[in-house]
Design a protein around this ligand. Structure first.
Ligand code: NAD
Length: 485
């Protein structure tokens, strides 16, 4: 191990600590392939300690006794502290994930906003009274689950930390987070800041390590009451199966193959940059990436030509080079995307345009040029699989009914977009698309902190973000009072 690089630490019971076995994982910068930090490679024993700390904080500690108002105040302090450390956190996130700095800055802004939003909401979640016959008064209370286990991926570590931890803590749960081994420095740094914000010991615990060892140990732990998982559908199934062994609930935020549908009556100039950004953001490694563009037949040639012209000018390079795209997270992800490209070549799928990788990009970086494919066969892998790279598939469609059929011809259902100036069509399409969020004449909403988010079909179940995120992090208790004399 090279001592010149920082070794990040777990946060367990309010203390920063190494893994019990002192094992570490090298952190590699996606832009140049060089090691620049270390994170703990935690084992089942570390996870067990973290769960016990969370259990104690919830059952017997200061955290479990705290009022909702006090919890909100601490979360607000945390949000302010994040804002203060914004540029440090953004640079760390950018170097760790390879995402361009402006994207990392937007992510940290969203992270701070999650804690601000949930700080304000903490003491505004009420139960109900329910009228029933006779001498009964019935009340419902919204109670925290207890200990929440959160497993998050590498593509938006800080933002996803914000939406899971913000909601879970606001509702009064204690939390154990297992971030992704490929990128989690911002999350480990946030552990340090949470202590400074005054979060009581054990309320938040962060344990890094591999999915197979630390992640799996968390999902099998009988003392965890509820899970929030964000990641791939395959791992999502494993998490759900493990949770089922202890009859625990899970929210699953999984993948997507989202469609952006553009009608001839849309404002094409306005749509063009938004459609491109929806696929190149984070180099296409976004669950809600708009990876399919459905274009009305009458404008297919004209609009795909315009898209191609813009695509050809896109540039990929290091995260801090102020370009359109950074590198992909890892060699593994690079190979996955390259395989899709080779397969598209073999199937003679029409390549409409390709961007470029800048000349002086470091050789060991994980760079891929963004690409636009046209007339993509609707049942090909390119059209159906989640590529998680900057690859956009274009398809022509005849009419509304055809557009809906193509849009819903996917095992996923996370996000969709409709571009049209016809108000009635906007609503018809929005209702017909099987996805958790549908945008009209736009795509994305600056993180969408206030907006319920989640999938249909293989994109998962449960909702995070917004007030619905708080409901997911809680459960209902019904109290029935007999007030008969
Ligand atoms: P992944 O499933 O490989 O890993 C996600 C997390 O699960 C990581 O922390 C990993 O260590 C952990 N993990 C791996 N194996 C595990 C196991 N057996 N038990 C418990 N935990 C385990 O996913 P990824 O490659 O890191 O992320 C990419 C995927 O995540 C894509 O499919 C993407 O669409 C999805 N994603 C979805 C959303 C959303 O909100 N819907 C957001 C971001 C990413």
């Amino acid at each position: 191990m090279n001592k010149q690089y920082k070794s990040y630490k777990n946060l367990i019971a309010g203390k920063l600590c190494e893994a019990i076995d002192k094992e570490q994982i090298e952190v590699i910068c996606p832009s140049d392939g060089e090691v620049f930090a270390y994170i703990p490679k935690s084992s089942t024993r570390d996870i067990d300690l973290a769960v016990k700390a969370a259990r104690h904080a919830y059952d017997k500690g200061e955290w479990g006794k705290m009022s909702a108002m006090e919890r909100g105040r601490i979360l607000l302090k945390f949000s302010i502290l994040i804002e203060k450390h914004k540029s440090e956190l953004a640079m760390l996130e950018s170097r760790d994930t390879g995402k361009i700095l402006s994207q990392a800055e937007a992510d940290i802004t969203a992270l701070a906003r999650y804690f601000e939003f949930y700080a304000g909401a903490a003491d505004k979640i009420y139960g109900n009274t329910i009228p029933i016959k006779g001498n009964f008064l019935t009340l419902t209370l919204r109670e925290p689950h207890g200990v929440v286990g959160g497993i998050i991926p590498w593509n938006y570590p800080a933002q996803i930390f914000g939406r899971v931890v913000g909601a879970a803590l606001a509702m009064g749960n204690s939390v154990v987070i297992k971030p992704a081994e490929d990128a989690c420095l911002s999350v480990l740094r946030l552990g340090e800041l949470a202590v400074s914000a005054g979060l009581p010991a054990g309320a938040l615990n962060i344990v890094s390590g591999t999915g197979e060892e630390a992640g799996s140990a968390l999902t099998k732990h009988s003392q965890v009451d509820f899970f929030s998982f964000t990641g791939s559908p395959i791992t999502g199934s494993l998490v759900q199966q493990a949770a089922a062994l202890n009859q625990r609930g899970v929210t699953l935020e999984l993948g997507g193959k989202s469609a952006q549908i553009i009608f001839a009556d849309a404002d094409l100039e306005k749509a063009l940059p938004v459609i491109i950004n929806a696929i190149i953001q984070n180099s296409g490694q976004t669950c809600s990436a708009g990876s399919r563009v459905l274009i009305e037949q009458s404008i297919y040639a004209e609009f795909s030509k315009k898209l191609a012209e813009k695509f050809a000018k896109l540039k990929a390079g290091p995260h801090d080079a102020n370009l359109d795209l950074g590198p992909l997270i890892s060699k593994k992800q690079l190979n996955i995307v390259k395989n899709f490209i080779s397969q598209a070549e073999k199937e003679n799928i029409e390549l409409l345009a390709k961007g470029e990788i800048i000349d002086n990009a470091p050789e060991k970086g994980n760079y891929i040029a963004p690409a636009l494919y046209g007339n993509v066969p609707p049942n090909s892998d390119l059209a159906q699989k989640e590529i998680f790279g900057p690859i956009l598939c274009a398809f022509p469609f005849r009419d509304e009914e055809h557009a809906i059929r193509l849009a819903n011809n996917s095992e996923f259902g996370l996000v969709g977009a409709v571009w049209t100036s016809d108000g009635a069509r906007q609503m018809r399409m929005a209702k017909a698309i099987r996805a958790g969020q549908v945008y009209i004449n736009s795509y994305g909403a600056g993180g969408g902190i206030e907006l319920p988010f989640g999938g249909f079909k293989k994109s998962g179940h449960g909702r995070e973000k917004g007030i619905e995120g708080l409901y997911e992090m809680s459960t209902t208790k019904t109290i029935i009072i007999n007030h008969e004399n």
